[in-house]
Design a protein around this ligand. Structure first.
Ligand SMILES: NC(=O)c1ccc[n+]([C@@H]2O[C@H](COP(=O)([O-])OP(=O)(O)OC[C@H]3O[C@@H](n4cnc5c(N)ncnc54)[C@H](O)[C@@H]3O)[C@@H](O)[C@H]2O)c1
Length: 249
């Protein structure tokens, strides 16, 4: 899965799954544009990643920022072969607790930003016959209580993947990964039980048939595979990565 000479933009690459994905593409030989909300977090990630990176800061929850950030990244890279739309946020609350601000916070980052980053990348991706990998979630394949906005956003990403793949074929493939719980900052807070993050993660680990939750590196490897030429016949796919957690019904 050589990516030598390939140009990749990863949104939300300052930590967690996005950081691991940037590292995995660098290891495979790609040049990587690193996005996160602030210049300082991009700088810190680039310093830690080392190697062949360029800076692409910007809050992707705003459509105009998606356009300017992607343009900046494509200019700095000199083109684009792969877009990974990983940046995302989580909100836990009942429907009564999910006010307009909470709804917009989740949907603007997880769905609107993902769409407008993709839209901004289309000229470069059509030119390179590149591809897109969205980071959806297992919460986009099944419904869960007290996460209605998050589940709605990720379910929309799964079907957006299919719709984009139909529209952009044969030039640009579009796939998504659907992770269950993964060891990141987001998971620590998302699954906390009465504020106890360690207890929350322990409960998550016990609920997975494989006896643990996922690692950012495992998700990153799947993203790199889906973006590679080896996955050339995989299009419009939503890949569950949840250790079999939902297989038993
Ligand atoms: N961790 C999990 O259990 C899990 C499971 C399924 C799906 N996911 C998804 O994986 C993706 C990455 O999650 P993570 O667990 O690594 O989370 P994280 O909170 O550790 O990292 C999220 C990254 O996205 C960035 N980001 C958030 N909002 C942004 C914005 N508006 N503009 C630019 N950057 C922004 C953050 O700065 C950070 O770099 C998210 O889309 C999340 O929904 C995570």
């Amino acid at each position: 899965m050589g990516f030598s000479g390939k140009k990749v933009l990863v949104t939300g690459a300052s930590r967690g799954i996005g950081y691991a994905t940037a590292a995995a593409f660098l290891k495979a030989g790609a040049q990587v544009a690193v996005n996160a909300r602030t210049q300082s977090s991009v700088d810190a990630a680039m310093a830690s990643l080392g190697g062949n990176t360029v800076s692409a800061p910007g809050d992707i929850s705003k459509a105009d920022v998606c356009q300017s950030m992607v343009t900046e990244a494509v200019d700095a890279l000199g083109g684009l072969d792969v877009l990974v739309t990983n940046a995302g946020v989580f909100f836990r609350g009942t429907m009564e607790e999910t006010d307009e601000a909470a709804w917009d916070y989740v949907l603007d980052a997880n769905l609107k930003g993902l769409f407008f980053c993709s839209r901004a990348a289309l000229p470069a991706l059509k030119a390179s016959k590149g591809n897109i990998v969205h980071v959806a979630s297992e919460s986009g394949l099944n419904g869960y209580a007290e996460t209605t906005a998050y589940c709605a956003s990720k379910g929309a990403v799964v079907n957006l993947t299919r719709s984009m793949a139909m529209e952009l074929a044969p030039d640009v493939r579009v796939n998504c990964v659907c992770p269950g719980a993964v060891e990141t900052d987001m998971a620590r807070t998302a699954f906390a039980i009465n504020g106890d993050e360690d207890a929350g993660l322990a409960r998550q680990r016990s609920q997975y048939p494989v006896g643990r939750i996922g690692t950012p590196e495992e998700i990153a490897k799947a993203i790199v595979y889906l973006a590679s030429e080896d996955a050339g016949f995989i299009n419009a796919a939503a890949l569950p990565m949840e250790g079999g957690a939902t297989a038993g019904g």
